[in-house]
Structure formats: C-alpha cells, structure tokens
Design a protein. Structure first.
Length: 156
C-alpha cells in the first residue's frame, strides 16, 4: 500500500479510501463530486466545521470499482429502545476484540473512530496502519478509539 497524505484535516477518509483502492486521491474527489470543504458547522473548530466525507459516499466509490464493503463493529451492541445496550457475543470468537482481529487479518480496509474530539480514518493493509496524517505504524500503536473496521473485498 502506498501512503497518501491528506491535503487537509477533513479529508482523511477520502485519502484512506484512495489507499485501500489503490487509486489517486484526486480520482476519489472526482467520483464523490465534492472536496468536503463546505462549512456546515461554523461554530466548531477545524476539522469539525467542514462537511468532509460520509462513509456512504466512500462505499459508492468502492462499489463502482468492484468492491464490497462490510462494516465490522469493534464493540457491537444491540438495543430495543436506544437506552438499553447489550453486548453482542459471537461464540466462535470468544470476544469482540478477537472478532475484530480475525477480520483485520483477512483483509484491508478503513479503520474509523474518535481521535481526541473528532472522527479520524486510516487505511489498513492487513498488517500496518497507513495514516493520512503521513505516518505508517502498527495496530498496537493506534491512538484512535476504533469504532468500525470497514472491510473491502474485491468481487469482480
């Protein structure tokens, strides 16, 4: 995987997608048809004030290029009313962490979660994290509170 550095603080997910799909960052922007720079929350400091990119936009690009995208939640929970959460236990993995690790070993994708106050996205190549902030590091060195691993599988 080739490291692609995000040109700004609100394009990390677009840069992560470019790395995972092995395409140019500019091609991602063209396919999504905006650069994420629209200010939608002017009361927030950067990057929170900008529109950025929604995962559904990234999924549409991936689908167009022949990839299926599967969300693997780091800590899945279920709820009937929204205020009663119950951990989802999948017996064959023994824990949510084991399940996440299983899927990380199988493929590449985008890891998303909170980094300090705002969401951040990085690319995963099956063994290393490629951070659009310009760094490559091990999973154990990840500072993101990971919420979801978006696994990309080529199906053409």
């Amino acid at each position: 995987m080739k490291l692609i550095t995000s040109p700004n603080a609100w394009s990390c997910s677009a840069a992560a997608l470019a790395m995972v799909l092995k395409i140019d960052f500019d091609d991602v922007i063209k396919m999504i048809d905006h650069d994420g720079s629209e200010k939608i929350n002017p009361e927030l400091r950067s990057p929170g004030c900008y529109k950025g990119f929604h995962m559904q936009e990234l999924i549409e690009v991936a689908l167009e290029l022949g990839y299926a995208v599967t969300p693997i939640e780091a800590m899945p929970v279920q709820t009937a009313l929204g205020d009663d959460e119950y951990d989802v236990k999948i017996k064959k993995y023994y824990s949510s962490e084991n399940r996440l690790q299983h899927h990380l070993i199988l493929g590449r994708g985008i890891l998303m979660g909170k980094l300090n106050r705002y969401w951040h996205a990085v690319a995963w190549n099956g063994s290393k994290i490629y951070d659009p902030r310009g760094q490559i590091y091990n999973y154990d060195d990840c500072k993101i509170n990971i919420a979801t691993f978006w696994r990309f599988d080529y199906y053409f």
